[in-house]
Design a protein around this ligand. Sequence first.
Ligand code: C2E
Ligand code: MG
Ligand code: MG
Ligand code: MG
Length: 277
Amino acid sequence: RAKEDGRNGIEFFADGMAAPTSERLSLEHALRRALERGELALHYQPVVSAVDGQLIAAEALLRWTHPELGNIPPDRFIPLAEESGLILPIGNWVLDTLCQQLAAWQAEGRHMVPVAANISPLQFRRADFVASVAEALRRHDVPPGLLTLELTESMVMRDVERAARQLDELKALGLSVAIDDFGTGYSSLAYLKRFALDKLKVDQSFVREINTGPEDRAIVAAIVGLGHNLGLELVAEGVETGEMVNTLRELGCDSLQGWHYGKAEPAAQFADRLGRA
Ligand code: C2E
Ligand code: MG
Ligand code: MG
Ligand code: MG
């Protein structure tokens, strides 16, 4: 016991556990400055049609390159940003940067596809959330149809009445809404039909095992059936192999996203996927 306590502190905080407070604080401090210093960037991951593999959409994913620590993955800094409230200015930066990028691609005469931004619970809960989305679109003169927002189940189930109203307002703006990581939260199926949604994104944990056991295949089949009956588009995430593609097609998924088709890439590289008019 005493021996264990004397071990290098680092080992106690190996993956998954909360990091030491001092490390958290310094990372939070660094994140605060990352925005001003231009260390954040959006990368873009393709989403293709399950029918013909054509590019039909994309997801914007946040990247942070720290000057000394290098690339810090979102799973490490997003929770920190949420706990500290920094996700609010960061979330605004994401919406603004995405709209600016969409406007730039459009001005270059690219063939446009809708691009999704991930929204955090704190953003969605703000009374001025819908107004801030409308403002970002207006500021860059972006057609609302080019923007999709990804929310999670817990965000809309927390306060159903309020969420339903907000989703109606977003719909009225003309943009699309997807539920991300679907199947991992606690959705009330009875409420799901009351929300103005466009897409369900099947969580990658189900896709990962789709060919290794009957359970996850059955879960994905059930989600696809439910979604289609509600008139929603079904997107599968985490598609890594041709075998997964075949199964997801068989199960009736409409669109596919994953390393099999491409990882998230910098804007300039992703632009090559968008043909020119
Ligand atoms: P997410 O929204 O579910 O995004 C999908 C994640 O799966 C991304 O991880 C993506 O790079 C990864 N991925 C895509 N295809 C594959 C695949 O074939 N196999 C595997 N194993 N992984 C794949 P990433 O970029 O590390 O982002 C992690 C999470 O961080 C996101 O999950 C999202 O919840 C959050 N996040 C990312 N950007 C933002 C942002 O701008 N705002 C907010 N609030 N959250 C963000
Ligand atoms: Mg997402
Ligand atoms: Mg997801
Ligand atoms: Mg996720």
